[in-house]
Design a protein around this ligand. Structure first.
Ligand SMILES: Cc1cc2nc3c(=O)[nH]c(=O)nc-3n(C[C@H](O)[C@H](O)[C@H](O)COP(=O)(O)OP(=O)(O)OC[C@H]3O[C@@H](n4cnc5c(N)ncnc54)[C@H](O)[C@@H]3O)c2cc1C
Length: 801
């Protein structure tokens, strides 16, 4: 066994093996994997081996597509068999909402190059004759679905990695991981100590325990899971071709052919977490005892959907644990604040996702960034507020909802409320309908009178429509007020602060008393942040960006920290309100003896009522507006002052639904939609905020300049869409001249201009005013016309005046 290496991967399940293979594929051969037992000794050996591309997150779906296509490559490289059965699969819909979800997925697949199809009952009967079609509206057919041999596949990854120079040591138990002062790691095993630059935690069922060795809490939890293999079934073995997979979300089951019989697994409601206080080290190749009580209702449902099952005996039952993160997606990437420590765990569908996880992690380690946005799987999507107390109920919820329809406006109830500000009870009494962002309660809108305090999950316009319209109206016609708690906020101080910001940010860093907008770029020129930077004095700056990206941004800042600069995350230490609308200045003036003469993009300290505040004149609503920041201890007092001054002027509170509608009037992009590592500045229009004049080699400069010289092929454009009751959310295809030539990044209903707006990436040469296109929403191609001018305040007189 080597005692010095560049990377130690801990864990020889399918995920660890994939990471190891991908590291060698990208050129790192001095890498090793240590496994406490034989390869596959965690969840991997007892998996059902099914794979599919369907995933609510588009990037995850693309990576699942990559994983599935990789198996042939592995077979070719190694000459080993992965036991592939590319039999195709259907996902059934027994109600309109489920069918809408499948239509939306199919639409996304069009530009992702996935050849899925919507099929009706007649085709279902031909494809999968054992399905009882009562109540079935249709299904999504995916020819890529199939299953494989879990053990063979893991060994194929391992062989391919060995061929690339990797070493694999089995029966080698990692007992401790310790970081040296130079940032490198010592891995203490029962076979000796290994010194390494990088550690990858691919500990699967034991990832929590492996993380704890380095003081890292990984938010995942194992759940028990059960599938049944039936005896031989004539309806199956008499077929000429293998039966396709059938996912039946209504019955929370997945079914496939296994030899001459069937195999069916369930995501049952009375589910059970496993090893709540930690995974025992002596758990090995054993299964959990059969538990038919837990799946009794699921089996009863399955008998109705697949009557053949009632006649088939049970040959064997597989009941074992595997891990989930709170949202069901993997936990991948560098652990924020810990050099050289990488996560590759929480992978609940190792055979659909393992290849993509391995590829992304290897790119991150070798190239410093990934080829696509990894937000859905980034371990940094959970901040340091995460705890086992939060993870457990969320994981249970996720398991139970594994096959539920997931709606774009859905707010899941488990583990809430978790984090709240001093405004929580005040807003709650005012009718707040709550959402959740990065653990924080956020008002989506305010219900009035006898309106329900719950937004109906839907792909179409929801019951929040009227309330959102009211709130938008009050902003555009009078003044609205909304909390600024869900902004990520950072304080950058020190003698080197300006120089550091000039290097980290692509845009202009403002003078004292002013603010500016700036993109933050990766070396490849991809967008990794859109920031507002305010200069309080030459050595003190405040940054504002997305609340949900705090750990992601702090990780980047700390990776690029320099002497003479201190960077602090103050997101929850600074709170306050934004007021926006034509009467905003009047309200503010009524609350202070200071003269309110701030110009657009000014920042100033002011006393508002009894509270010392920082006031910046800027608003994401695109209106005349102010962001007013204060110590959270003074927030209720600030509220009382602003609210009572606002009443005679028609002030109303507004929530996130209104905010996202208001920003569309100005085509403002948003983080995670228009602005993400999937796109560049020139594609999304953020290039106008790049400071070409500044004499600094800011990160991403060379790539941004190359793009300035050779503009990208696609560009973000705005459309008005003719649609009745459903708006664009994201990733809907854009049809131009009868072909899919682009896709939407976001959209929604502009209540102020009373039209449905979509923002979309389309070919640059087609982005001409008046272009007639079609945008596919829930299977319907809706007419869309390209808008060349923002429909509100086009000359900026209101916002800047
Ligand atoms: C019943 C069941 C059915 C399933 N069906 C499917 C399916 O059809 N399709 C699908 O995609 N997924 C399925 N899964 C999920 C799948 O099994 C997991 O996604 C996958 O196995 C996770 O792999 P992993 O490598 O992350 O973890 P694991 O397989 O748990 O591997 C972790 C490895 O790390 C090793 N290790 C841990 N700690 C140490 C240490 N300190 N030192 C050395 N080694 C260590 C362990 O011994 C283990 O071998 C199923 C799971 C179950 C339980």
């Amino acid at each position: 066994m080597k005692t010095t290496t560049r990377v130690v991967v801990i864990g020889g399940g399918v995920v660890g093996a994939s990471v190891l293979y991908h590291l060698t594929k990208l050129g790192w051969s001095d890498v090793m994997l240590v496994e406490r037992s034989e390869l596959t000794s965690g969840s991997t050996w007892h998996a059902a081996g099914g794979f599919h591309t369907l995933n609510g997150d588009t990037n995850m779906a693309a990576l699942q597509g990559y994983t599935i296509r990789l198996y042939r490559e592995l077979e070719e490289i190694t000459g080993m068999s992965c036991g592939l059965h590319h039999v195709g699969g259907i996902t059934l819909a027994d109600n309109q909402e489920r069918f809408d979800m499948l239509l939306a997925e199919r639409a996304k697949h069009r530009y992702m190059g996935l050849e899925t199809e919507i099929v009706g009952p007649e085709e279902i009967a031909k494809l999968a004759p054992i399905v009882n079609l009562d109540g079935i509206i249709g299904a999504l057919y995916d020819p890529l679905d199939g299953h494989l041999d879990p053990s063979g596949t893991t060994h194929a990854y391992a062989k391919a990695a060995r061929m690339g120079g990797a070493e694999i040591v089995t029966h080698c138990h990692v007992k401790e991981t310790t970081q040296r002062t130079d940032g490198t790691w010592e891995i203490f095993t029962d076979k000796g100590t290994i010194h390494t630059e990088h550690v990858v935690n691919a500990g699967g069922l034991w990832a929590r325990e492996v993380g704890a060795m380095a003081g890292v809490y990984l938010p995942l939890h194992p759940m028990e899971h059960q599938y049944i293999v039936t005896d031989e079934t004539p309806e199956i073995y008499e077929r000429e071709t293998e039966h396709p997979h059938v996912m039946d979300p209504a019955g929370e089951s997945y079914l496939r052919q296994e030899g001459r019989g069937l195999c069916i697994g369930f995501y049952e409601q009375p589910c059970r977490p496993w090893a709540v206080d930690g995974t025992p080290w002596n758990f090995g190749h054993e299964l959990l005892p059969d538990d038919f009580n837990k799946i009794e209702d699921s089996i009863e449902f399955a008998y109705k959907r697949f009557p053949v099952l009632e006649r088939s005996g049970v040959k064997s039952v597989i009941h074992g644990p595997f891990t989930f993160a709170p949202d069901g997606n993997p936990l991948v990437g560098p652990i924020p604040g810990l050099r050289g420590y990488w996560s590759a765990c929480g992978v609940m569908a190792g055979f659909s996702q393992g290849g993509g996880v391995g590829l992304m992690l290897a790119q991150w380690m070798v190239h410093g960034e990934c080829e696509r946005d990894t937000a859905a799987m980034d371990v940094a999507r959970f901040g340091d507020w995460i705890s086992p107390g939060y993870t457990l109920p969320k994981v249970i919820e996720n398991y139970q909802k594994r096959f539920s329809v997931s709606y774009p406006n859905e707010e899941l109830p488990a583990a809430r409320p978790n984090r709240t500000t001093p405004m929580y009870d005040i807003f709650d009494r005012m009718g707040a309908v709550w959402g959740q962002q990065y653990g924080l309660e956020v008002v989506n809108y305010f219900a009035e009178g006898d309106e329900p305090r719950y937004e109906t999950p839907s792909f179409r316009r929801s019951n929040a429509f009227e309330a959102t319209a009211r709130e938008v109206k009050s902003v555009r016609e009078a003044v609205g007020i909304n909390e600024v708690h869900n902004f990520g906020k950072y304080r950058v101080t020190g003698s080197g602060a300006r120089a550091w910001l000039d290097r980290i940010m692509a845009g202009r860093i403002p003078k004292p008393g002013r603010l500016s907008l700036t993109p933050m770029l990766a070396p490849s020129g991809r967008i990794i942040g859109d920031f507002t930077v305010s200069c309080l004095d030459e050595q003190t700056f405040q940054l504002i960006a997305s609340y949900g990206a705090q750990a992601y941004h702090m990780r980047w800042f700390l990776q690029h920290e320099e002497g003479g600069v201190s960077i602090k995350n103050i997101s929850d230490k600074l709170n306050g309100f934004q007021i926006a609308g034509p009467k905003a200045t009047e309200v503010l003036q009524a609350c202070t003896r200071d003269v309110v003469d701030l110009k657009f993009m000014d920042i100033r300290k002011m006393t508002i009522g009894m509270t010392e505040c920082l006031v910046q004149r800027v608003s994401y609503t695109g209106d005349l507006g102010y962001e007013i920041y204060c110590d959270p201890m003074a927030q209720r007092q600030l509220w009382a002052t602003l609210w009572s001054a606002g009443q005679p002027l028609g002030m109303k509170p507004f929530g996130m639904r209104a905010m996202m509608s208001l920003r569309l009037d100005k085509f403002f992009g948003s983080w995670g939609a228009e602005f993400s590592p999937d796109y560049t500045c020139a594609e999304t229009g953020l290039d106008r905020f790049i400071s070409w004049k500044k004499n600094t080699n800011f990160i991403g400069r060379a790539a941004a300049e190359a793009e300035r010289d050779t503009p990208p092929e696609r560009i973000n454009a705005a459309f008005v869409v003719e649609t009745e009751d459903a708006d664009v959310h994201a990733y809907e295809p854009v049809w131009i001249d009868g072909e899919v030539q682009g896709f939407c990044t976001s959209g929604g209903y502009s209540h102020h201009t009373q039209q449905s707006i979509a923002l979309a990436l389309i070919p640059r040469d087609r982005a001409v005013p008046g272009l007639e296109a079609e945008i596919e929403i829930l299977g319907k191609r809706c007419k869309a016309r390209l808008l060349s001018e923002v429909p509100f305040d086009a000359d900026g007189a209101r916002m800047r005046g």
